[in-house]
Design a protein around this ligand. Structure first.
Ligand code: NVA
Length: 254
């Protein structure tokens, strides 16, 4: 099931004059164990590009390695780059700049959003602070890449267990679900660990007065975000959702 990724890509390619073919794992032989390399080689003979939304990052990289057409990562359990392009566009629209701003991500720092936000922000001169519970900090390899970006592009990366410290003075507050796709068996345990890891009015009050609130959606009101924040004046989550369409059209055109 995919509300934003599938619909925004299908509509986007149509608006660009192309045509989209939707293939679930039940529609192609991948689901029956055909190697990703063979799938990549065969699909490259029929179509002009692939957007893949899956779990394993290795599948996306396998398509890119063995295919001869552009491969777009529409979401894996490690990264969500198209979402971050839409996020950066949204921040730019609301703030008029990216460089020198501070974005705080409050949530699971080791999930796809935590990882991709760290990489995207650090590349564009946005200071990024990850506030996440102990044991849920970003993958050290990805943190290393973000720190290299930060050095090269003059941004800062902070990782902390103190959500208030992360949010302090931020221009952008971001959160995501406590349990990402594929973590369904951990939901109950994570509810205990992440209790308190919530963007509510108290947390928003330590950010800049004109801070915007972002969430990749789907959201769970009362868990990672209060209804007063996501449905309140700081929230631009539906501009953000719309920007999936525009940012991805740019990616496809490129
Ligand atoms: N971290 C979330 C993002 C959903 C767009 C998940 O993987 O479920």
């Amino acid at each position: 099931s995919s509300t934003r990724t599938r619909v925004s890509f299908e509509v986007g390619i149509q608006q660009l004059g192309g045509r989209a073919l939707f293939l679930s794992d039940r529609d192609i032989q991948l689901g029956r164990g055909e190697p990703i390399a063979d799938t990549a080689k065969v699909l490259s003979r029929f179509i002009d590009g692939i957007m893949i939304r899956t779990f394993a990052q290795a599948d996306v990289e396998g398509l890119a390695e063995h295919g001869s057409i552009p491969i777009i990562n529409g979401l894996t359990d490690r990264f969500h780059p198209c979402q971050v392009l839409a996020d950066l566009l949204t921040i730019y629209e609301h703030k008029g700049t990216l460089e020198g701003l501070k974005l705080a991500f409050i949530g699971d720092g080791a999930n796809n959003m935590g990882h991709s936000l760290m990489l995207g922000c650090s590349k564009l001169g946005l200071n990024v602070a990850i506030g996440s519970p102990k044991g849920y900090h970003p993958d050290p390899e990805i943190e290393g890449w973000a720190r290299e970006n930060a050095k090269a592009f003059g941004s800062e990366v902070l990782i902390t267990e103190d959500y208030m410290e992360a949010a302090k003075g931020a221009d952008v507050i971001y959160t995501d679900v406590w349990s990402s796709m594929g973590m369904e068996s951990e939901i109950e345990q994570r509810k205990k660990i992440f209790a308190g890891c919530c963007v509510d009015d108290k947390l928003m009050s330590v950010a800049k007065p004109d801070a915007i609130f972002l969430h990749c959606l789907p959201a769970h009101r009362g868990e990672e975000v209060s209804a007063s924040v996501i449905d309140g004046p700081h929230s631009v989550v539906f501009d953000e959702a719309e920007n999936r369409l525009h940012a991805q059209k740019a990616v496809m055109a490129l």
